[in-house]
Design a protein around this ligand. Sequence first.
Ligand SMILES: C[S@@+](CC[C@H](N)C(=O)[O-])C[C@H]1O[C@@H](n2cnc3c(N)ncnc32)[C@H](O)[C@@H]1O
Length: 234
Amino acid sequence: MKFTDSPVIELPVRDAVLSIQQDNGSFHVGTSVWPCSLVLVKFTERWAPLPGPNPGPGPNPYAQLLDFGSKRAVELGAGCGASGMGLYLLGLTDVVLTDIAPVMPALKRNLKINKPVLAKTLKHSVLYWNNADQIKSLKPPYDVVLATDVVYIEESVGPLISAMEALVAEDGVVLLGYQLRSPEAHKLFWEMSERVFEIEKVPHEDLHPEYAYEETDVYVFRKKKKKKEKEEDP
Ligand SMILES: C[S@@+](CC[C@H](N)C(=O)[O-])C[C@H]1O[C@@H](n2cnc3c(N)ncnc32)[C@H](O)[C@@H]1O
């Protein structure tokens, strides 16, 4: 796991390298790059089908999940933007990165620094998870919702899950990079998530061997299917 608290993180993604500037001294956690984001990007790099006629060697259990095609995506709590930028390079070409207003300068700076690598400035927007108007203005539903290292405050868990639920399409997925940060937030997050989503944990051996460590996991959430009235009331 190549994780460092140096001011610049270099993240190789296939034949490109993202250079992500962080400000570890800032009051806002979003101005640092968190390890779950690197783990999610490198897991995706390992399994996302290659563009063109040859999708890559061997059977790939994640081929469909990570074949982004023209899927629409939104990232929650993007921070410095590592996940959104990384997955953009891996085929998620329609993605909007969101965070709270005070983190926007760090996000915008990183989108600008990496513009030559990305060949454009990625879309970004202010989104507080409890702001229904901001959620609506993002025009859900999304095929993919990204979120890495966003579970650390108990009070934010409810709004986070509601935002995920409001943004993700009925047949969409949430790709979550997760690490336990607060026991209270952890407990509530998994209790609430299980009510709303079918949860699949990526086996540790499927993560990128150089970007994996014990505490960090990748999860795939899919909305639980609502029972049709007919089934409930025959
Ligand atoms: C620990 S940082 C992770 C940043 C980034 N995803 C990463 O992995 O490097 C958590 C992020 O969630 C954002 N966040 C926390 N509470 C939020 C809320 N209520 N609404 C929107 N974003 C929030 C923070 O601003 C921060 O950028």
